[in-house]
Design a protein. Structure first.
Length: 101
């Protein structure tokens, strides 16, 4: 079975303001984009648990025209707070790499 890590061309996470995080998975073709987006949807509950948010707070997008699967979610803890460990959100995507798609 393929994983996100060996399916996407590039994946990144970054702040979308101090209260939101966005994860973009750049794919090689539309089929992979659909597979990755479907995997994000299938694993919605697990992803929400990893990021300490409610499943319904995840926004999952399948942007076929630009071959990107995307997740936007509330940032917990918020950027710059005492307990926050990744100020730019640049390492948050790593926990998604082993998801099967």
């Amino acid at each position: 079975m393929s994983t996100i890590e060996n399916t996407v061309k590039y994946i990144r996470s970054k702040n979308a303001g101090p209260f939101w995080l966005t994860i973009d998975a750049f794919c090689n073709n539309v089929e992979d984009t659909e597979r990755v987006s479907a995997a994000f949807e299938r694993e919605r509950k697990h992803i929400a648990e990893m990021f300490h948010v409610k499943p319904e707070d995840l926004e999952i997008y399948c942007l076929k025209k630009i071959q990107v699967a995307k997740i936007s979610l509330p940032r917990v803890p918020i950027e710059g707070s005492r307990d926050e460990r990744d100020m730019h959100g640049g390492q948050q995507y790593v926990s998604l790499l082993d998801i099967e798609c």
